[in-house]
Design a protein around this ligand. Sequence first.
Ligand code: ADP
Ligand code: MG
Length: 616
Amino acid sequence: MSAAPDRSKQARTAVQKHGGYSMSPLVQRKLWIGLVVVALAIAPALAGNFTVSLLNDIGIGALVALGLVLLTGIGGATSFGQAAFVGIAAYATAWLTTAQGFSPWIGLPFALLLTGLSALAIGMLTLRLGGHFLPLSTIAWGLSIAMLFGNVDALGRHTGLSNIPALRIGGWSLADPRAIYYLIWALVGLAFLFSRNLLESRPGRAIRSLRGGATLLASVGEDAYRVRLSLFVTAALFAGLAGWLYAHMNRFVSPSPFDVRASIEYLLMAVAGGLGQLAGALVGSALVLILKNGLQDVLPMLTQRAGQLEAVAFATLFILLLHFARGGLMGFVRRWTRGRFAAPLSREPSVPVEPLPHRTLPDRGSPILSVTGAVKRFGGLVAVNDVSFDVKAGEIVGLIGPNGAGKSTMFNLLTCTLPMTAGQVRFLGQDIAGMPQRKVARLGLARTFQHVKLRPHMSLLDNVALGAHSRTATGVLKAGLRLDRTEERQILQEAQRQLDRIGLGDRAHELAGSLPLGTQRILEIARALAADPVLLVLDEPAAGLRRKEKMALGDLLRKLREEGVTILIVEHDMDFVMKLVDRLVVMNFGSKLVEGVPSAVRADERVQAAYLGSVV
Ligand code: ADP
Ligand code: MG
């Protein structure tokens, strides 16, 4: 193709979309998945007993690693204690089916319940910890749970529990590795489907945004801690499923397969396969277990301390991976396929659906936000000093002032990102001072960020869809089971509508990170609009924009005002706001200097002095 590079890229996308001469990535991906499924289906017929057992172990490992890819790779929370959850489930079903004589099929819900409740309790205790404290705490509970198994009489102490019954389906026993093989891999397949569905859904978008920080999620009305907790429990349940299979496959449990060493092995699987992608769990599990088997064959020939050497070999592998292949094996595949299978494609809103319900906007001219005597101190510094102003429905108000005037601080006070030292903020008649940011967002106050907070590896459509988070309610289970189709279409249709509104409709499937900064700011406005806000608060939206982009932004904001959106715009650039706003509030040194219509403010000597006194 002789066209310019960006044109040829468009052409390629078009070809992929319409299935021209090259196979579409979706078809290619399906073909690959089909191949893997067929290979797995015929494997037991061709492979020896040893290989089938190894494949069973790989399947079980993949379930645990899948949870870790979600939790650590996508959610950003590292767990060194995942084997403990495998253990809780394995011991739970072992105890129930041996000591209590229940069927393993009763053991399954029992094991999952116990694992889920443990994860909930542990998560509630540890997930608020920041930085390195979370991984450290996972080591602590990983150690203590494994210790527990070894010291409880009812659980057989260090000898463990044996004679665990094999699974039976009707009259068919799954005692043979070739029989349980199909159950294991069917469950692995379902777990992958569940995870894929989850990632391409409302809760999935929140999970994929966790690395963007708690403030981002709060701005769309969600609590990052709750998202992380639900993800943590989901990952633990995958481990629990693996534990249940493990117990009834080996028919014997003892503490050592569930200790921290095992946890590290699971984490190694996820890292080796590629933390960024679901398929990494499968690839990594296979890689680690095949390698482990190889080492167990080779090392005893070299030394008598094979066990210790194995640990050293794995530690070396871990370090090498972290240094040279952060993306794991799937990272190479991704580069090799030039990322064609990588980014999850959001389901397209194919059939038009009923739009999401809208808020009834307050009557034009009625007061919606009033700030009274706002004060914010940072130690000895008074960043906002007794500021009061109102915003009425349907107007654009500008909050301006020279650098350091306290605009951003004021912005943070009224979006409840920062607690106020004194004063009152009323939004739609409610006192919102001290309210969590996410609650204020849910009331209809949508914001953008001075330092753009977009998820660069998510599509434009997904980024904007995140904005509609608080207008919908689908949770992890419903999304994973794909019972959210209608709502998901509604969300994507709404996101597409907002993208069209800001003029980026035809770029919906590009990655947000590929946009220039100015356009990213506008994309943030679309995300804010997707929340169907009563008040839109923008922090320096024109910063870093070129003249033409500024004019386009001005046009967009005026159009939004016509459509009934109320806007409060915090801005440093006087010229930009002068042409745009109905009213201005000028701040200087933390205090309100002047308030009035643009022409009056422009003529005011105090404002001129303030601006001239600073470097503009
Ligand atoms: P503007 O957005 O108008 O440029 P800011 O609200 O960012 O001004 O800052 C107002 C004043 O408050 C500045 O002197 C700044 O240094 C100070 N300030 C802002 N945030 C903090 C903070 N988190 N801790 C201490 N001082 C701060
Ligand atoms: Mg600022």
